[in-house]
Write a protein that binds this ligand. Structure first.
Ligand code: NAG
Ligand code: NAG
Ligand code: NAG
Ligand code: NAG
Ligand code: NAG
Ligand code: NAG
Ligand code: NAG
Ligand code: NAG
Ligand code: NAG
Length: 258
């Protein structure tokens, strides 16, 4: 009673705020209503506390359950877990990363480079991986492991002809005096030397070495060519010379006599 009154006095001196009023009533041990209300309130508070504690406990259990299962999963996952090495490469953990030991013919961090990855087949050849190597299917006219042989590779143009690739074949630009698909026709090709003359290529032309009795650029002048038989005599080639058959009344080597 005494204490209460003292408080009462104190509070009276204060400007009685609602809060203070409540506290005053709450602290009044003589109010039965207040006592009951206080008990009820404490009980409710207790229940609430138990509920919250239980809830937090459950949360805690769930949290640790999940995190521990994560830890198990994490401990099983290595830098090699996702099979980062392609084409049968062997993965090795290297610190917090990985290293791929590639099979022969393969390259790259992930062994992603195959034997066909670089420009293995030239000239539009089609690359196929063949074991640890490659195979090139070349387009027509091309040959070689990498289709490196073009239609001009074997120098098909003779006598200094200039080769040009033309589709899957070639074209020869021949020197003057030369002809043919491969410039195989030289100035002597068509046997320009007559009467067994011997042809020799001379620059872009030819030279004929004629047999005895024959003359001319192409040995076209034979022993009878200049009509050596006079007075209608008939000329016949005889070896490297001529013979005249004279008409009646004429005689001599060239039918010059009477
Ligand atoms: C990888 O191994 C498989 C099975 O042995 C095989 O068929 C395949 O050709 C191999 N690949 C390479 C790039 O070595
Ligand atoms: C390769 O293909 C390109 C494009 O189609 C073409 O221009 C080129 O002439 C081809 N080369 C050969 C050697 O076939
Ligand atoms: C390619 O090889 C074939 C067969 O050996 C041959 O007939 C052809 O002339 C070659 N072509 C070239 C451009 O080397
Ligand atoms: C081709 O060129 C070579 C070297 O320049 C030369 O010696 C040769 O006489 C030339 N052949 C012809 C047919 O022009
Ligand atoms: C080459 O061919 C052309 C045209 O067919 C011809 O006029 C020329 O005489 C030929 N030359 C030789 C050396 O065969
Ligand atoms: C050319 O040679 C042939 C064969 O050897 C011979 O029969 C012919 O008489 C010769 N002609 C000349 C003009 O020498
Ligand atoms: C060929 O030329 C030589 C030298 O010029 C001459 O002596 C000879 O009579 C000529 N022969 C013919 C068949 O023209
Ligand atoms: C040669 O033949 C021609 C034409 O047949 C003739 O006119 C001439 O008289 C003849 N000369 C001699 C010498 O027989
Ligand atoms: C050439 O003719 C003359 C006169 O007709 C004659 O005497 C001489 O025997 C003849 N010679 C020959 C080689 O036939």
């Amino acid at each position: 009673m005494e204490t209460f009154r003292e408080y009462d006095e104190l509070f009276k001196e204060d400007q009685e705020t609602k809060d203070n009023k409540f506290r005053k009533i709450w602290k009044n041990p003589n109010s039965i209503d207040m006592q009951n209300s206080r008990k009820r309130c404490l009980r409710r508070f207790g229940t609430l506390l138990v509920t919250i504690t239980t809830f937090l406990g459950v949360l805690l259990i769930i949290y640790y359950g999940v995190s521990s299962s994560n830890q198990i999963a994490e401990s099983q996952e290595t830098p090699c877990s996702g099979d980062p090495c392609l084409h049968n490469g062997t993965c090795t953990v290297l610190g917090n990363s990985f290293n791929c030991a590639c099979v022969d013919g393969y390259n790259g961090i992930h062994c992603e480079e195959t034997p066909c990855s670089w420009d293995s087949c030239l000239n539009n050849g089609t690359c196929t991986v063949l074991g640890n190597s490659f195979n090139c299917a070349c387009v027509d006219g091309y040959n070689g492991t990498q289709c490196e042989e073009t239609p001009c590779s074997r120098d098909p143009c003779l006598y200094n002809g200039t080769c040009t690739v033309l589709g899957n074949s070639f074209s020869c630009a021949c020197l003057d005096g030369y002809n043919g698909t491969q410039c195989e026709e030289t100035p002597c090709f068509r046997d320009p030397c007559l009467h067994n003359g011997t042809c020799t290529v001379l620059g872009n032309s030819f030279n004929c070495a004629c047999v005895d009795g024959y003359n001319g650029t192409r040995c076209e002048e034979a022993p009878c060519s200049r009509d050596p038989c006079l007075h209608n005599g008939t000329c016949t080639v005889l070896g490297n010379s001529f013979n005249c058959a004279c008409v009646d009344g004429y005689n001599g080597t060239q039918c010059e006599g009477c």
